[in-house]
Design a protein around this ligand. Structure first.
Ligand SMILES: [Zn+2]
Length: 348
């Protein structure tokens, strides 16, 4: 192509503008409706744009280029500027331990107990005080129709919780399982080897999915689970053993009488455990203690982190507040379409 010296300064300026524009845009896009594309996007490791690939090999003619490669015009605020990301990172580093919020009528502080879930939700592996984490939050905010500030503030945090809570067994579906839906699992699957025989029941499909999931965990050497010669998790291994499964309404009422002031959602009047499809699994620490200190131990175990990343493959979804509580909801991505954020939220 012919570029003479008279044109060169102008062309250089145009390229500089395009390059700078790319810094404020996650990638070249010329289609206004970008929600789904943005959702699946992997955060770039740095804030600098990759200089390749060139948008098109078209001749350097200003008019022609404007029609095909001016992405920022149609993609405002897709991503944070480096300065905004840096500022958001600083705020997130503070809010991680200091955001005041409430759950179940109780005051809560910070979201540091949930960073594994947040990372999973937003598709990042980075830590909360980094610009990359802020970028991931910004993308999630945008996918959920929030202003993409990159700051995990209370508004964004409550929305994220709402999305997680929408992926649970709905209250109206928490009826008590009927006998033919249940099986009695071997005592070796349970955390407490002295557990009473009537407390070993699990919904049949849930149990099959649980066994598939534990078998996969046994194969993951990074978890360092004790594995028996048959490839299953060994009888003496405590991790991933069932702490509690099906509970009848009578048994739940009995538990509530024994500890009427217990604030545990596990003692809810409409417990998902009635269905036999909710499992409390051992993930470390005290098995089912909601104190922050105990949960801070649990959410940092390799087994818990593995569950966060892998359980959905087997149909299990977390109750965010109780690291041990997982609910079997097969096909959630296809059948549970309310609220719509379930569909558009990133799932990796
Ligand atoms: Zn539970």
């Amino acid at each position: 192509m012919a570029i003479n010296h008279r044109h060169a300064p102008f062309i250089f300026s145009l390229l500089a503008v395009l390059f700078a524009s790319a810094m404020f845009s996650s990638r070249a896009q010329t289609v206004p409706d970008t929600r789904q594309r943005i959702v699946g996007q992997t955060p770039t490791p740095t804030l600098m744009p990759m200089p390749t690939p060139a948008p098109t090999p078209a001749p350097i003619v200003p008019g022609a280029r404007q029609q095909t490669t001016m992405p920022v015009v149609v993609l405002p605020a897709v991503i944070l500027t480096p300065g905004a990301a840096f500022n958001a990172a600083q705020q997130n580093g503070h809010l991680k331990f200091n955001l005041d919020w409430t759950f179940g009528g109780r005051a809560q502080r910070g979201w540091y107990l949930y960073t594994a879930l947040i990372n999973r939700e937003t598709g990042t592996e980075t830590s909360a005080g980094t610009p990359e984490f802020a970028l991931a939050i910004a993308r999630w905010q945008q996918a959920n129709s929030f202003m993409p500030t990159g700051i995990l503030d209370s508004e964004t945090w409550y929305q994220m919780i709402a999305v997680w809570q929408s992926r649970r067994i709905k209250e109206e579906d928490r009826g008590e399982a009927v006998p033919w839906q249940l099986l009695t699992a071997p005592i070796t699957d349970f955390y407490d080897p002295t557990r009473a025989p009537e407390l070993l029941k699990v919904e049949k499909q849930t149990y099959a999915a649980y066994k598939r999931m534990v078998a996969a965990a046994a194969q993951d050497s990074a978890l360092k689970l004790m594995v028996a010669s048959n490839g299953e998790v060994s009888v003496t291994e405590k991790y991933l053993k069932i702490v509690s499964s099906f509970r009848s309404k009578d048994y739940q009422a009995q538990l509530r009488r024994q500890s009427p002031n217990a604030g545990r959602a596990g003692l809810a009047i409409k417990s998902p455990h009635f269905t036999g499809r909710a499992l409390d699994l051992y993930v470390g620490g005290d098995p089912t203690d909601t104190h922050d200190f105990n949960r801070s131990i649990q959410v940092n175990t390799p087994v818990y982190k593995w569950l966060v990343k892998n359980a959905a493959r087997f149909g299990f979804y977390p109750y965010y507040y109780e690291p041990w509580h997982w609910e079997y909801i097969p096909g959630i991505l296809h059948v549970n379409s309310s609220p719509p954020t379930v569909i558009v939220a990133p799932r990796n």
